[in-house]
Design a protein around this ligand. Structure first.
Ligand code: UDP
Length: 480
């Protein structure tokens, strides 16, 4: 049977980690010979072009195009975690008409004037449930890419049942109560690990409402892409499959892409997709440190901390006696810009053992031999990047999938410790010593084992390698 030329439209959430993962997926599709359109917001596209080589990198693929739309917010508005809900709904208002137009084929010429084949498959972020409705309405297959952790996605999928049996909203204030109706997580998942752990009323919690809409849209889609691998999440993937026509576990994506780019000997290799300027002096500083002597500290691109929390972490780290490299983003401090003087004074106080940057080349940092561990907020990309490098973690989860992921790091994969809601300098000091010194060998052994499995999964014949081939084949077969 003759199929139309496959043309995929990728549409990420307008924040760093999904943009990173979707660009990696876009490049994998380009290498597989698909036509790809990447829909970005004007705001993020500007940052991406300013701080990365994406323009020259993607010029290697003549069938790749960027398209941009407004996210609906005035340019001067901040786009941090506080405004996330507002950003998502204003973007929806802009994206819905755009999607209808491009799927109709009436918006088929790109910014460079090239006429494109009609879009044959949409790959939106899993949170864009409305893209599934639009695809179904217009007869275009939709395969969402859920960029959160599969363990959290599984919890989302269980929410309707938890409501039905009365486990949510929570009765009482004890956050150590275990959930009984999350299959595969009995005896493991406590209220404090729940993505919306302060949930009082699911009907009025906007994030829980979006999660519920996403849950409804999954069975209506043509499949689901996940950034994980069988040996990490096998049992959960089976559970998730029961809600979804077809799942494709093709991660760790960044490693998968590096392999393919190497295989095809592309002149420009896969590199950063950062929306911030990377400070490479962090690598020079690491070059001067002994092997596995440094703990890397980063809370991702969105999480914010109070000044008190920053100071607890700082004193805990300093008191541990371990060297550390800390990413202090300018918007790390909740509610206000991080004061340069404050950061400078902190750094001056521990010059010989600490180094601060405002944004690091994280994949390179984690791959550095001087790094022995990672103090992380348990964002899913950071977790996968750490697993690939076999670096044990201390988890201080802030919200949503981070809360479930950190529980898995500590109790299921046993590649680190979960601080959860504690932010106390004595606990931080103890955990840093535990990870980097006392129980180092044990953590390192389990982290390295998982790292090897991750590498096998994206090698020829591995589970993620095969799943990607299957995904590309299925996309090629999808007609309109
Ligand atoms: N990252 C980076 N430099 C930094 C901090 C983070 O390149 O200094 C990247 C990191 O490699 C990861 C992403 O930003 O790919 C953060 O994603 P994650 O899912 O861990 O957290 P989020 O930002 O979504 O909370």
């Amino acid at each position: 049977m003759d199929h139309p030329s496959p043309h995929v439209l990728l549409f990420p959430l307008p924040i760093q980690s999904p943009i990173n993962s979707m660009l990696q997926l876009a490049e994998l599709f380009c290498l597989a010979g698909l036509q790809v359109t990447f829909l970005n917001t004007n705001h993020n596209q500007k940052l991406l072009l300013r701080h990365t080589n994406v323009e020259s990198r993607f010029r290697q693929y003549p069938r790749f195009r960027f398209r941009t739309i407004s996210d609906g917010l005035p340019e001067e508005n901040p786009r941090s975690s506080v405004q996330f809900g507002e950003l998502i709904s204003s973007l929806q208002a802009m994206a819905e008409p755009f999607l209808r137009e491009i799927l109709l084929g009436s918006s088929s010429s790109s910014s460079d004037g090239v006429t494109e084949a009609p879009v044959t498959c949409v790959i939106p972020d899993g949170l864009f449930y409305y893209a599934v409705d639009i695809g179904n309405e217009m007869g275009v297959p939709v395969i969402p890419f859920d960029t959160i952790s599969p363990c959290c996605l599984w919890v989302y999928l269980c929410i309707p049942k938890l409501i039905q049996v009365g486990e949510i909203p929570f009765k009482g204030h004890d956050l150590d109560v275990l959930f009984e109706n999350v299959a595969g997580m009995q005896g493991l998942l406590r209220r404090r690990d729940f993505p919306f752990y302060r949930l009082i009323d699911y009907a009025t919690d906007p994030y829980c409402q979006i999660a519920l809409k996403e849950v409804e849209s999954i069975p209506q889609s043509n499949g689901l892409i996940l950034n994980t691998f069988e040996d990490l999440d096998g049992p959960l993937l089976s559970l998730i499959s029961s809600h979804c026509p077809q799942t494709y576990a093709i991660g760790p994506l960044h490693l998968h892409l590096k392999n393919k780019v190497g295989e095809k000997r592309m002149p420009i290799s896969a590199s950063s997709n950062s929306l911030w300027k990377e400070d490479h002096s962090s690598i020079q500083w690491l070059d001067a440190q002994p092997i596995e002597s440094v703990i890397y500290v980063s809370f991702g691109s969105m999480a914010t901390l109070s000044k008190e929390e920053i100071l607890e972490f700082w004193h805990g780290l300093v008191n541990s006696g371990i060297r550390f490299l800390w990413v202090m983003r300018s918007n790390l401090l909740r509610g206000e810009e991080l004061n340069h003087q404050f950061v400078k004074e902190l750094a001056e106080g521990c010059k010989e053992r600490a180094y601060i940057v405002s944004w690091a080349p994280q994949e390179k940092v984690l791959a550095h031999s001087a790094i022995g561990g990672f103090l992380t907020h348990s964002g899913w990309n950071s977790t996968m990047e750490s697993i690939v490098q076999g670096k044990p973690m201390i988890c201080w989860a802030v919200y949503v999938d981070q809360r479930v992921t950190s529980r898995f790091v500590g109790e299921v994969w046993k590649i680190g410790v979960d601080m959860k809601d504690m932010c106390d300098r004595y606990i931080i000091e103890k955990m840093v010593k535990d990870l980097m010194v006392t129980n180092r060998d044990e953590f390192k052994k389990s982290a390295e084992k998982l790292s090897n499995l991750a590498k096998e999964s994206v090698g020829e014949g591995g589970s993620s390698y095969n799943a990607l081939e299957c995904l590309v084949d299925d996309i090629k077969k999808l007609g309109r």
